[in-house]
Design a protein. Structure first.
Length: 636
């Protein structure tokens, strides 16, 4: 805007200000019924105007009083030729003048006079394309925007101040992940031309934006954007920017940018006063994309970051009574408080978090805390925190995670599990209620990439017996086609408790066995070598009920070797031994028992009177059919 006002005022009254401008090749002539004044070059300091031509209809009188109606002013600058329609008059005797000019089909209207040092500029849907040559910024082909309102140019101070400016229909396609469409709002600004500084405030009230995974609808969520832009006194620029909804959140940035556009240093601050409102408006949709659908969030936080030479160097995240809940992921936190410090090059500050309750993968962790160091992509737990889990606890002896920001994330964990009641675990997970407890020592859990290996073993006390899990490993546990592998050994499980738990039909005795080379892919077993058998022990009854016999027989190719008419006189039978084995390969289970032949095998060997043997006649069983019958037998 300054350019055209200077051209107009100084061309028409150059003699008033000639001492500060240099004029080359000034000519005046009358032709074709109009008066023409031309200047080859007009310049002052960094301002250069060329081919300045002022035309007024008729034979124009220049002195002592000049008037012009329906005139024009043409000037070349910034590589463009500009043409204005002008009206004005000058009274040299009183040294007073007034001037009006119209540019771009009335998009810009100028009205100035000698009695005021404040010149108003009336903008009438001035387009971004018209402004670009004046502002000297790179061309953005698919950017559209319109500005309407009044801007005052204060000549003495060299300042442009807006009165009432409306910005609308701002649209731009930056990329597939960054789009703005039909933005509208009210703009207030102040531009200090002499000191190259600017302040602005933009209230966005309509339109939409997509920034990565974040979708914003400003009609439903108005935002206030304020900023300051100024020289830093050396060879760069300072920018201060704030984005706020005045209710739940604000984003504040202070950065220094070199003359070449590189970020030297900066600070970013994200304040959240009401996470519930923010989650409803923006966070919920982002979390949905990452598999945390229908998450509930409450509380507040602040995130402060420091950048140096275009690199994030440190960050602090302070949590204030933060609560989070996601039923789908079985993940929640209540009253999470503390500070998390992240440093790129060093870890001088220890982070600390406390909580009232946590739920991780469905397992509740009671009120506790944790201290840790976080340097770049590695986290190390400090001390040996003990976290309550149900009626037991988990003692962390060592826990470190590295390569956090790569696909090859690595983890090392060793811990002790103090006895946790299986009845509480199974009830929480919605499984059949089991007796016993989980306890043991985990020497090391190592994660490399998508593979997690449990070194050592996990000991369980279940159904009054013991179980040990060895060589446990997982791959892509929460990804596509997860794989779980392990070897399992168990001894002296109470069959009475076990069969009662699953309502299979009562069998008493002690059960031992092994499951080797177990592999579960995409939550379906596709390989194992299993063998279970009873162990005779003095004082322990070994009986099997009719219901259990019926359920075993319903699995297919199996029957009790005694007539059903005889069975109705007895509720249970004694047995000598029970044994069943399966080698699973290519979805086929090779079944075996106590006595095996090519055509049959014995599962239950009877004892006492009446003696009952349960015999199988099919050595190969389709695994899917076998599991289906097992799960859908006439019991819960």
């Amino acid at each position: 805007m300054q350019l055209f006002l200077i051209v107009i005022s100084l061309t028409l009254s150059y003699c008033v200000n000639a001492q500060s401008w240099t004029i080359d090749d000034l000519k005046t002539k009358s032709e074709s019924g109009q008066t023409v004044i031309s200047v080859s070059t007009l310049y002052q300091q960094d301002i250069l105007l060329e081919n300045v031509v002022y035309q007024c209809p008729g034979h124009m009188i220049l002195f002592p009083q000049h008037r012009c109606q329906d005139g024009s002013l043409s000037v070349q600058s910034f590589g463009h030729q500009w043409l204005l329609d002008v009206n004005g008059e000058i009274n040299w005797s009183t040294n007073r003048w007034m001037f009006e000019g119209v540019l771009w089909d009335s998009s810009l209207h100028i009205s100035v006079n000698s009695d005021s040092n404040q010149w108003p500029l009336q903008l009438n849907r001035l387009s971004w394309q018209q402004l670009q040559p004046i502002l000297q910024i790179p061309q953005l082909d698919n950017l559209t925007a319109f500005i309407s309102g009044v801007v005052n140019w204060q000549l003495n101070e060299g300042i442009l101040i807006s009165e009432e400016v409306k910005v609308d229909q701002v649209s731009h396609f930056f990329s597939d992940e960054m789009i703005v469409d039909s933005l509208s709002g009210n703009l207030a600004f102040s531009i200090d031309i002499n000191h190259l500084a600017m302040e602005w405030q933009l209230q966005l009230e309509a339109g939409e934006a997509l920034i990565g995974p974040v979708y914003l609808n400003f009609s439903e969520w108005p935002l206030l954007v304020t900023g300051q832009w100024s020289l830093d006194g050396v060879d760069g620029w300072n920018l201060v920017l704030t984005i706020s909804d005045n209710i739940s959140t604000s984003l504040n940035a202070e950065v220094n940018i070199s003359e070449k556009g590189n970020l030297r240093y900066g600070t970013l601050q994200w304040l959240v006063d009401d996470a519930t409102v923010l989650n409803k408006r923006i966070l919920g949709s982002v979390l949905d994309l990452y598999g945390f659908k229908s998450s509930q969030i409450a509380g507040a936080w602040s995130l402060n970051m420091r950048l140096d030479n275009q690199q994030l160097t440190n960050a602090t995240w302070e949590l204030k009574d933060l609560s989070f809940d996601n039923d789908l992921r079985k993940l929640s936190a209540d009253s999470l408080n503390g500070k998390v410090y992240w440093q790129h090059d060093s870890h001088q500050k220890a982070s600390a978090l406390t909580w009232d309750n946590l739920l991780v993968a469905g397992m509740p962790v009671g009120q506790s805390s944790v201290d840790f160091l976080w340097q770049y992509d590695q986290i190390d737990i400090l001390g040996q925190p003990e976290w309550p889990v149900f009626d037991g606890s988990l003692i962390i002896e060592e826990w470190s995670v590295s390569r956090l920001f790569s696909d090859a994330l690595s983890m090392h964990l060793s811990a002790e599990v103090k006895p946790i009641s299986l009845s509480l675990v199974t009830e929480k997970m919605g499984w059949p209620k089991m007796r016993g407890s989980i306890s043991g020592h985990i020497p090391s859990i190592i994660k490399n990439g998508a593979v997690v290996v449990f070194e050592g073993g996990l000991d369980l006390e279940v159904f009054e017996g013991t179980m040990r899990v060895n060589q446990l490993s997982t791959e892509r546990l929460f990804g596509v086609a997860p794989v779980i592998a392990a070897d399992v050994r168990f001894a002296d499980l109470n069959l009475g408790q076990l069969t009662e738990t699953f309502d299979f039909g009562k069998i008493t005795g002690l059960l031992s066995g092994t499951i080797e080379d177990l592999r579960i892919t995409n939550w379906k077993t596709d390989r194992l070598k299993a063998e279970i058998y009873t162990v005779k022990k003095k004082g322990v009854k070994q009986t099997i009920s009719q219901q259990a016999i019926d359920h075993i027989s319903s699995l297919g190719g199996i029957q009790g070797a005694i007539s059903r008419s005889f069975l109705r006189f007895f509720d249970e039978f004694k047995y000598q031994k029970i044994k069943l084995s399966c080698v699973l390969h290519n979805s086929v289970c090779q079944v075996g028992g106590i006595h095996n032949s090519n055509r049959q095998f014995t599962i239950v060997e009877g004892g006492g009177i009446p003696k009952i043997n349960i015999v199988g006649f099919v050595r190969e069983i389709d695994w899917e059919i076998f599991i289906s019958r097992l799960l859908n037998a006439n019991y819960e």
